[in-house]
Design a protein around this ligand. Structure first.
Ligand SMILES: NC(=O)c1ccc[n+]([C@@H]2O[C@H](COP(=O)([O-])OP(=O)(O)OC[C@H]3O[C@@H](n4cnc5c(N)ncnc54)[C@H](O)[C@@H]3O)[C@@H](O)[C@H]2O)c1
Length: 448
């Protein structure tokens, strides 16, 4: 029974879907979190964070889910404990391990009181050498036991995107395991194969290779995004150029690939911006200038200013601007570092009268933007009240907007940053503009 039971510590955007996926594969799962509200929701079979499929999985597998407070019982009754608690950025750009170490201290204490072999799995994002130099010593000190002999330790980061977390866990490109010993790696690999199937590639290595590979993936993907955005800027200055045509062509080259290669807005969210900065900090500490990561970050930071400049060329300050999209990506309420949120704030500061709307992110955005903007209760209200409508998150709801919804006299400007609307149809009733394509010079619209 112990081998068929898994504990997950930290039931947020990563931990809750993980718990649900293991339960759906037949594991008994024990969930621990400091947040009583989240525990109550899971107990009731409800999702503690918005994520497609999560609530269905939690509800239909409730009989295999136990919510606990007691680390001793959780560690005693399970063979594996995943730690998926936050590792927020510190002021120097590296990650704080405080939450991970707090969880490890509790797990270490519980390990002291059992003689069974137990595998501790760190899923939270950490930097190279964090497991060896900081996490492992806490577990050994608190448990009084030797890692690799009396208990196992693995680093097992997730490569998932918010809004597609469950899909990402069930169909990962690969599983990465940094392991203290083969026995622990075997236990963890078995658990992943139950979720993702026998054919999923599993890379097993030491801690440092896995730690570096995790942030190297995010640094590479962000470089790709900034590269596509740089191409978009160039396309805007060459008549006849279209970033979609260029990126579709180069994406066919097997050395490049088409994913995350869409000239659009910059990247945001809780992971990409900070992981890229942490990668650079990690390299510099070892005497390596991470020039590529720094350039990626610089390109990303200038996207908001660039879009603001475009808006200024389209409507005058004082005009009403509607920002559709505050979540950093569709299907989530997370607004951290989102381009829509940053743009709304920058536009309000620049003197535009800003109204915002997002299907899920309004409450979180309100905590950041406060009274600097107005909040619409629907996309329609946001459009109706705006001279310029800026689409900053490619939500399905926005893709389905009828072109005639944008009609107005005088004509509105529709600034479709992700090119999700039918350009010709919208262009019949409004001034349709986008990024990544050269556009004819046009007169600036007044605020009236
Ligand atoms: N969100 C992502 O896209 C993503 C992707 C890959 C990796 N990660 C990494 O996964 C980790 C978790 O991220 P998240 O987005 O799920 O965080 P989150 O903030 O959504 O959830 C973390 C949960 O941990 C709980 N918690 C904090 N300290 C605790 C403790 N000592 N004991 C028990 N519970 C505790 C919190 O109450 C919260 O419910 C981070 O290191 C993050 O970098 C996140």
């Amino acid at each position: 029974m112990r081998d068929e039971t898994i504990t997950v510590v930290g039931l947020g955007r990563i931990g809750a879907p993980m718990l649900a996926c293991f339960a759906a594969c037949g594991y008994h799962v024990i969930g621990l979190d400091l947040d009583e509200g989240r525990l109550d929701l899971i107990r009731e079979g409800r999702a503690p964070v918005p994520e497609p499929e999560l609530e269905d999985l939690l509800r239909s597998n409730r009989h295999r889910i136990t919510i606990a407070r007691d680390y001793d019982a959780a560690v005693r009754d399970s063979g594996l404990t995943f730690i998926a608690v936050p590792t927020p950025s510190r002021s120097d750009g590296a990650y704080s391990l405080d939450h991970v170490l707090a969880a490890c201290a509790r797990i270490g204490d519980a390990l002291r009181r059992t003689s069974d072999f137990h595998v501790v799995v760190v899923t939270s994002t950490v930097l190279p050498q964090d497991l060896d130099t900081t996490i492992l010593p806490v577990l050994e000190d608190r448990s009084g036991r030797r890692c690799g002999r009396d208990f196992g330790l693995c680093y097992n980061p997730e490569f998932v995107a918010i809004g597609k977390v469950i899909r990402g866990m069930v169909h990962p490109d690969f599983v990465l395991i940094g392991e203290s010993d083969p026995r622990s790696g075997d236990v963890l690999e078995r658990a992943h194969r139950k979720v993702a199937g026998d054919r999923v590639p599993v890379v097993r290595t030491n801690f440092v290779n896995a730690e570096l590979a995790k942030i190297a993936v995010n640094a590479f993907v962000t470089a790709k995004i900034s590269y596509a955005n740089m191409l978009g800027e160039i396309c805007e200055r060459i008549p006849g150029c279209d970033v979609d045509v260029v990126t579709s062509a180069i994406g066919l080259d097997g050395r490049i690939g088409s994913k995350y290669l869409l000239g659009g807005l910059g990247y945001g969210g809780p992971c990409f911006p900070r992981d890229n900065v942490a990668f650079s900090v990690m390299a510099r500490r070892r005497g390596v200038e991470a020039t590529l990561a720094d350039a990626t970050d610089a390109v990303n930071r200038r996207q908001v200013e660039r879009i603001l400049e475009r808006a200024r060329s389209l409507v005058r300050p004082g005009a009403r601007v509607g920002v559709l999209g505050l979540a950093y990506t569709p299907n989530t309420d997370v607004v951290e570092e989102s381009q829509g949120l940053l743009l709304a704030g920058a536009m309000a500061e620049a003197g535009f009268r800003v109204m915002v709307y997002d299907p899920l992110g309004l409450a979180n955005a309100r905590m950041v933007l406060g009274r600097t903007v107005e909040y619409a209760s629907s996309a329609g209200e946001c459009i109706d009240r705006s001279h310029l409508v800026l689409i900053s998150t490619p939500w399905e709801e926005f893709k389905r907007l009828e072109p005639r919804r944008f009609a107005h006299n005088p004509r509105r400007v529709v600034f479709d940053c992700w090119r999700i609307l039918p350009a010709e149809d919208v262009g019949r009733v409004a001034d349709y503009v986008t990024i990544g394509k050269a556009t004819e010079p046009r007169s600036v619209r007044s605020a009236d």
